[in-house]
Design a protein around this ligand. Structure first.
Ligand SMILES: [Mg+2]
Length: 259
């Protein structure tokens, strides 16, 4: 049966190839066409959910009609530009955690070539410009770290993402958007594509709710996900899935994405 569906995509490493300078990360053209294709279909909603800040993400996804989730979904921009920010008790807790944790994190990351990106709810420690020794030392320091408050550390390609509030992850982001939009997930109504451990949590949630998950990379992040090797393959797979759903509506009269 043809259903209303939310298609969630991570940005870096999923819709955009990983590049040496993260300020240069761009939506892959094949993924841009794929998103536009989904947006033209009836009842299909598109969400890009990133650990980047919302303003940073919005610049990189210049498409009308997309839900944009920044800092793992604590802030959302809905089609039309209206923004919703997660607030209340957790934001006050965040402040007190930051006072304890930020000095600890800065000490951990005080190694040549490690870049610290403070995203408020999380801190990314980028290793892509760091010499091998620094990356190795950082791994060891993180493994031995006993933080003054409970945190979650996600490993991504050339980055460690420290989530200052363990509850806040991409899985939380998916739930936030469903709640904001009063969308009730059911079998076949959610899709998630991602490339790192933070995405894996959301993928687990989505598949548990009867949705579909795709890993972009070498190895499946969760066993229930399909693996695609790059952005071009992701675009192809998503269009195939969307066409399959449309095909059941139009009795096989499906269109496909033109390269
Ligand atoms: Mg990613």
């Amino acid at each position: 049966m043809y259903r209303e569906r939310i298609w969630f995509f991570d940005f870096d490493g999923t819709l955009s190839p990983i590049v040496p300078d993260r300020d240069r990360a761009e939506l892959h053209p094949a993924c841009g066409r794929m998103l536009a294709y989904l947006l033209r279909m009836p009842l299909q909603h598109v969400a890009v959910l990133s650990s980047r800040r919302l303003d940073d993400l919005a610049e990189r996804v210049p498409l009308e009609g997309v839900f944009l989730g920044g800092t793992s979904g604590t802030e959302w921009q809905v089609p039309g530009g209206h923004r919703m920010v997660f607030s209340g008790k957790p934001t006050r807790m965040l402040e007190s955690r930051r006072r304890v944790l930020m000095p600890e994190i800065r000490r951990l990351a005080d190694l040549p070539g490690i870049e610290v990106e403070d995203k408020n709810w999380s801190v990314a420690l980028h290793t892509r410009h760091a010499p091998q020794d620094s990356s190795h030392d950082l791994d060891q320091r993180l493994a031995a770290w006993r933080p003054g408050a409970r945190v979650r550390v996600f490993r991504g390609p050339e980055v460690h993402e420290i989530q200052l509030m363990p509850r806040v992850s991409k899985s939380f982001g998916v739930r936030m958007l469903c709640r904001f939009t009063k969308f009730i997930p059911g079998p076949g109504t959610l899709f998630y594509a991602g490339d790192d451990e933070n995405d894996a949590l959301a993928m687990r949630l989505v598949t548990r709710l009867g949705g579909t998950a795709v890993t972009v990379g070498e190895r499946a992040l969760i066993p229930a996900s399909t693996v695609v090797k790059d952005q071009r393959e992701l675009a192809k797979e998503v269009c195939r899935l969307a066409d399959t759903a449309m095909g059941t509506l139009h009795h096989g009269n499906v269109s496909s994405l033109k390269e």
